[in-house]
Design a protein around this ligand. Structure first.
Ligand code: BLA
Length: 668
């Protein structure tokens, strides 16, 4: 399931604002299937009573006012209800009570400084799922391994446990609109709603806030009236009673109309809460009247809580896996750059590319005044123009849009095939990295026609709910956090550029710029290091190499060719020595090899012969073979030799080789 954003029309915006203002916490009335009285917390004298007391209890509300609850339910019942309010051990809602031969589940809580007592006519336990059945269903949920499986299992189990004829699991998308992600119907001829989306205003903000504190919501009848409390105001506050935690709170007229239009007579809904957020709901709906005993509703709240906890763990596992994968790709890209030093090569054409990090149709890199691209993008000149104009208009980088035509219509015409753009600065803002996405052609299936003709007025619910498709245009798949990822990547990249620069500087301090070989400084350091290892039994030997008649090469072919020759000679020296040997350039045409390991005069002169041979083979300069020879002095360190002593002796040996006619080796 990809993430979908619903189009928010002006009418939908008006609904979102107005519907959220309905004071559903303090409607001043209750649903007809039970009664509600409020009482003074110390004397239990009745302060308010619902208008339906006469039909449900056989005593009118007016007659109850000022009497004691003990007179209605008995002193023993009041004792048990007080224990529930006091949070006494073992005391809990509901308390079974009796009045004039009628049995009720009494549910008690405090609000606005008064006791709120609700009486629901007792339902025969045998007609409903038992606590062990709920427990078994909770245990079975644990077998689900994916979110879709869990959603489907939850719908199936709840249909079985509640006996309601349609159970729907909703998922709320990031913009607040909902989607039916699982559905179980008792009767296959019922119209399916699975997969359908619905606008955020179907469940307005204040209702969602309420469902965060009250985990289940019973709406028993869409047909009957609500009954007001008498008097409507709580005497001590002068305000309608806060019914947020009441079971019987009456229902918004808008929502009752919605339910009637849906063909629902009764519903029972549960909240799915993760980390204090309402991430979804489950609604059990019935075409005829149906309600469940309080005890079973409580058991099902635990069930819903288990569903939410498992959804949370799936989303956390998914989130962590995605984070780890993104980090792995970011690191791989930075590493490719560090190794190659080429930004275009490593970011656009490496084993991992920036299109793996942020999936898109194309990516563009602007670096060092050059533009490189990968993927399907028509025109780089237009991209450059786009970014220039974006910056000229004060557009700062990073820039992200998943609908260019809506966000920057004046620039969208430059890139007609593009709907989504993400740009991050690189190189301290001198360059940039950009991703481009095409328009998505997805259609969204909605629960009912979303045009205003499907409502009597703006604030009315929809009249019909058959699946209705809408397609989005000029919209790309939203970047969804990948903009953050890209910004982090640009920071990683800038640090890598800096690190490469620093290591280049460090390198040049110890290396010869022409050949890349260690310079005199590093050479002396390496010799010192090797000499220090002598006590551990290792011998140290040097070859001092001077190219014969090099000046003649410079004079006849020019300095550039001379430099080329030195580079070739350096390569030749590297190729005939071992990795563990140090080949250094002292300057001019002088090179030194530090022979590694337990070198003595014999092993060193063997290597010297190889070098002499190798340098005699012609090198290629200006596409032409060039013959050079060398004179090599070999010296092995003696007991108290310092690096300078050893160098001096090898140098002296080299002079002897020169004087003896060049192109030869002399031992020091
Ligand atoms: C509440 N709206 C709800 C609830 C649901 C829905 C599930 C929670 C209460 C319940 O029914 O259990 C929406 N019900 C749905 C959807 C489906 C379903 C989408 O069966 C099927 C997929 N509603 C409107 C408009 C307004 C409105 C226009 O359509 C306001 C102008 C209001 N809906 C509204 C209010 C509530 C509500 C105020 C809170 C009801 C309450 O708890 O008092």
């Amino acid at each position: 399931m990809t993430s979908v954003q619903s189009p928010v029309s002006p009418a939908e915006r008006e609904r979102l604002e107005n519907c959220a203002r309905e004071p559903i916490r303090r409607p001043g009335s209750i649903q007809p299937h039970g009664v509600l009285v409020t009482a003074d917390p110390s004397s239990w004298t009745v302060l308010q009573a619902s208008r339906n007391c006469d039909t449900v209890l056989g005593v009118s509300a007016d007659d109850l006012l000022g009497t004691s609850v003990a007179g209605l339910l008995g002193a023993r019942a009041v004792e048990r209800l007080s224990a529930v309010l006091a949070g006494a051990r073992g005391a809990a809602n509901p308390v079974p009570v009796e009045s004039q031969g009628r049995h009720f589940d009494a549910i008690v809580h405090r609000a606005d400084g008064v006791v709120v007592l609700e009486l629901e006519p007792t339902l025969p336990d045998d007609d409903f799922a038992s606590v062990p059945a709920v427990y078994a269903a909770v245990s079975r949920l644990r077998a689900a391994t994916t979110r879709d499986e869990l959603w489907a299992d939850a719908a199936r189990e709840l249909q079985e446990l509640t006996g309601f004829d349609r159970v729907m699991v909703y998922h709320f998308h990031a913009d607040g609109h909902g989607q039916v992600v699982a559905e179980e119907r008792a009767d296959p001829s019922m119209e399916p709603y699975l997969g359908l989306h619905y606008p955020a205003s179907d469940i307005p903000a204040q209702a969602r806030a309420l469902y965060l504190t009250k985990l289940s919501r019973t709406i028993f009848s869409t047909a009957e009236l609500a009954y007001p409390l008498c008097p409507v105001e709580v005497p001590r506050t002068g305000q309608p009673l806060d019914l947020s935690h009441a079971e019987l709170r009456s229902v918004s007229a808008h929502h009752l109309q919605f339910m009637r239009n849906m063909g629902q007579a009764s519903t029972l809904s549960f909240s799915l809460i993760v980390g204090g957020q309402l991430i979804g709901m489950v609604t059990c709906a019935h075409r005829t009247l149906r309600r469940l005993p309080y005890t079973l509703r409580q058991g099902l709240e635990v069930f819903a809580d288990q569903v939410a906890a498992q959804l949370h763990s799936f989303s956390e596992i998914g989130r962590l896996a995605r984070t780890a994968e993104l980090l792995r790709m970011r690191n791989a890209l930075v590493e490719q750059f560090t190794l190659t030093g080429s930004m275009a090569q490593s970011l656009l054409h490496g084993t991992v590319t920036v299109l793996d990090l942020v999936p898109a149709a194309a990516a563009v890199l602007r670096h060092d005044g050059l533009t490189s691209t990968t993927g399907d993008l028509p025109d780089t000149a237009r991209v450059e123009q786009f970014v220039e104009r974006l910056r000229a208009d004060g557009g700062r980088l990073p820039f992200a849009s998943d609908s260019l035509a809506i966000d920057r219509p004046e620039l969208a015409t430059l890139l007609p095939t593009v709907a989504g753009v993400l740009i991050v600065p690189i190189d301290g803002g001198r360059g940039y990295l950009a991703w481009f996405r095409h328009e998505i052609t997805d259609t969204t299936e909605w629960l009912g026609d979303q045009s205003e003709s499907n409502r009597d007025s703006t604030l009315s619910p929809r009249k019909s709910f058959s699946a209705w498709s809408s397609s989005v245009s000029a919209q790309a798949e939203p970047w969804q956090g990948l903009d953050e990822e890209a910004a982090q990547f640009s920071r990683d990249l800038d640090s890598a550029v800096l690190r490469n620069l620093q290591s280049d500087l460090a390198h040049f301090g110890f290396h010869d710029a022409l050949t890349g070989l260690p310079n005199r400084r590093l050479l002396m350091d390496r010799i010192d290091h090797s000499l220090a290892g002598r006590n551990r039994g290792a011998g140290v030997a040097l070859l001092f190499i001077d190219i014969d008649s090099f000046k003649a090469i410079n004079d006849s072919l020019g300095h550039d060719s001379g430099d080329d020759a030195l580079i070739r000679i350096a390569e030749r020296l590297r190729s005939v020595t071992r990795d563990s040997d140090t080949v250094a350039r002292l300057g001019g045409d002088e090179f030194v090899v530090v022979v590694a390991g337990s070198a003595n005069l014999v092993t060193a002169s063997q290597i010297a012969s190889r070098v002499l041979e190798a340098l005699r083979r012609p090198i290629t300069v200006n596409d032409r073979p060039l013959r050079v020879t060398s004179s090599i002095g070999v010296a092995a360190a003696e007991a108290d030799d310092t690096a300078v002593d050893l160098m001096r002796r090898a140098d002296a040996a080299m002079y002897r080789a020169k004087r003896a006619g060049k192109d030869r080796i002399a031992l020091g």
